[in-house]
Design a protein around this ligand. Structure first.
Ligand code: T3D
Length: 261
């Protein structure tokens, strides 16, 4: 059975991390498959939104630690290699994808699994799900963007507490702290997340890509620079077919039929 399930339906590319016995921990095969899936998401015009979730009771437990269990006296593994070749490129690929990524956190999201969830554009979670910066429990620091996303979304005090104490954060607290968009009852998560992804897949894809660009640039920009960026990106949006359709539909008092162009 593949460690990543991939399917395309109604413009939504669904990606399901699929190593449930290991709580969907990352191994090299899963990294290769998710890389290929996000490359497809970028290249395939038929993909207008991505939905990422996990199989079984967990979303993802981060790195597969059975691959890190070195024998006493053996040389340590250089973690910069996997971070540089897998985790960092994945987070960059997700943030740079000019299409929206919805993450449905169906259970515990730990280690890199938590931060890959937070790297998605719109994160929803089951009420029973949780987020765990598990790293310090094994002598590491948060990676996969954790030290970037957490202080910006939750503030340094909360980011520090999560990273140092490595306590589980409930989905409801993650929502309250502004780390994620919404919590749904467990039984409703799949339906709600799919509905969100489908709605996005029917939307003005180009504008969504530009929204990602603008919002993700904001943290590093002055107001002046951000105003200039908004002007430049709005120019691009204004040249899109979907903008023309959006205004025409508004004037004709009908629902717009966006094509993602
Ligand atoms: O190494 C590099 O390349 C650098 C990059 C690092 C990125 C990272 O992600 S480092 C952090 C790695 N992840 C963790 O430290 C989390 C480890 N897992 C846990 O802390 C717990 O499993 C959870 C809190 C996520 C869930 O706890 P619980 O009690 O619900 O489940 P469990 O019993 O611990 O796990 C169930 C099974 O999944 C169990 O296997 P078994 O005993 O039934 O055969 C467990 O060993 C396995 N499992 C869970 N997480 C991992 C894992 N197996 C391998 N790797 C895992 N990360």
């Amino acid at each position: 059975m593949s460690s990543l399930l991939v399917s395309l339906d109604a413009g939504v590319l669904s990606l399901t991390l699929n190593r449930p016995d290991k709580l969907n921990a990352f191994n090299p095969e899963m990294h290769q498959l998710i890389k290929a899936a996000f490359e497809r998401a970028r290249e395939d015009a038929g993909v207008r939104a991505v939905l990422l979730t996990g199989a079984g009771r967990a979303f993802c437990a981060g790195q597969d630690l059975s691959e890190r269990n070195v024998a006493p006296g053996a040389a340590p593994i250089d973690l910069a290699v996997t971070i540089g070749s897998y985790y960092n490129p994945l987070v960059r690929r997700m943030r740079e994808l000019p299409k929206p990524i919805v993450c449905a956190v169906n259970g515990v999201a730990a280690g890199a699994g938590a931060n890959i969830a937070l790297a998605c554009d719109l994160v929803v979670a089951a009420r029973s799900a949780s987020f765990l910066q598990a790293f310090s429990r094994i002598g590491l620091l948060p990676d996969s963007g954790g030290t970037y996303f957490l202080p910006r979304a939750a503030g340094t005090a909360r980011a520090m507490g999560l990273a140092l104490l490595a306590e589980k954060l409930s989905a409801e607290d993650a929502e309250r702290w502004g780390l994620i968009w919404k919590v749904f009852d467990d039984g409703a998560l799949v339906k709600e997340a799919t509905a969100i992804a489908r709605a996005l897949a029917e939307g003005p894809t180009k504008a969504y890509g530009l929204i990602k660009k603008a919002l993700y640039a904001s943290a590093g920009n002055s107001l002046d620079a951000q105003l200039d960026l908004e002007r430049d990106l709005q120019r691009e949006a204004g040249f899109s077919e979907d903008y023309r359709e959006g205004v025409t539909a508004f004037m004709q008092k009908r629902k717009p039929n966006f094509k993602g162009k």
